[in-house]
Ligand binder design. Sequence first.
Ligand SMILES: [Ca+2]
Length: 416
Amino acid sequence: MKVRLATSGLLLLLFLCTCDRAAKSAPVRTTNNDLEAAARPVKTTVLAGLRRPWSMKFLTEDEALVTEKDGGLLRVNLREKWRRPIHGLPEDLADSLHVDTFRMSRWDTYPAAHGRVGKFNAGLLEIVLDPDFADNQLVYLSYVAQQSEFGYALRVIRATLAGDRLTDPDTLLTVPPFTPVMYHFGGGMAFGADGKLYITAGERLFWDSQQPSEPIAQNLRDPRGKIYRINPDGSIPADNPDFGPEAVPGLYALGIRAAQGLALHPRTGQIWFTEHGTIQGDELNLLRPGANYGWPLESTGAYRGGYEPPEREVVTTRPVWYWLQTVAPTGLAWYFGDEFPSWQGDLLVPGLSRGSLWRVRTDGETVKSLEELLVDDRSRTRKVVISPGGKIYLLTDEEEGKIIRVENAATLTQYE
Ligand SMILES: [Ca+2]
């Protein structure tokens, strides 16, 4: 043993000497370690011409299901570059042809939207696969349901994917009332490590000054502005937090304005979520049972329409991080891929408004540092999705939306 230790020591000494000499005589050289750490993200469009893609879930490394907010549900193959529609979408999916914004109240929209036909924030939103999808082919969809010409609300269904058709749909959750307002439905969904389905429901006001005296997101009887936790069949878990007998069923957290992205950390089992502020006030939050996230009593940004929140004695949960600029953070993802070794365990957060990609280094329940990426190549980005093999994809929120692959130009050069 002693001999072997002595030999290793000698080898180490030789190694150190060699390095030292090399450092003195040669100019700065890229070492293997540097190449492993180097991150030079570049975008490549994989599929284009999608109608505001909102969500994507991988079936295999190449094949995925994609929701288009303004279109439908697609099966796509990212290697062979084809797409096929999935039939059998809900018949009450909000229809933009019925929207005549001239006939809406000025409080239901914003001035520039008057006269425009469009779904605004309505349409098909999130898709998630059942944790046992391989055995049961169950998928969950969130979308904006339309009950009358001016009545919209968030709805979540579960259906079986049979080939390219959805069958046997069941409604799991509806977030009434059906109102003319076409903003901030939420609709983010994720399965927790506990096998429960977590759903964000926005409070659906465009103007903060339209808040009733008891603010929507603070009212336990109002289904809007909340986060829900339900069983996969839509029943309410017995161990949900207790908000009292008057609270809406399935309630898990409140004080939500317009949260859209939920991401389960694959190792800690914690769920982090993004939240849109009105004017700035964009947040990154850690989901905790029974928490009140404060909206609209408090915000790190400003209110729209001269709103002054009422005084309330409530305990609120502060965001883990908030931005001082408008980012409009949406569908985020934890990164554990090989392509960007120095990003291991980081949270990737895209933004609609700012069009960049944020790499967030966390330490337990706090944010340690942030790096804003792709600032020279911005695109209104709805979601970051990581493939089973660890590849990074972005969905752009455009009328001619794209699925973009983010590759590491540093390692591409290495292998050329
Ligand atoms: Ca908040």
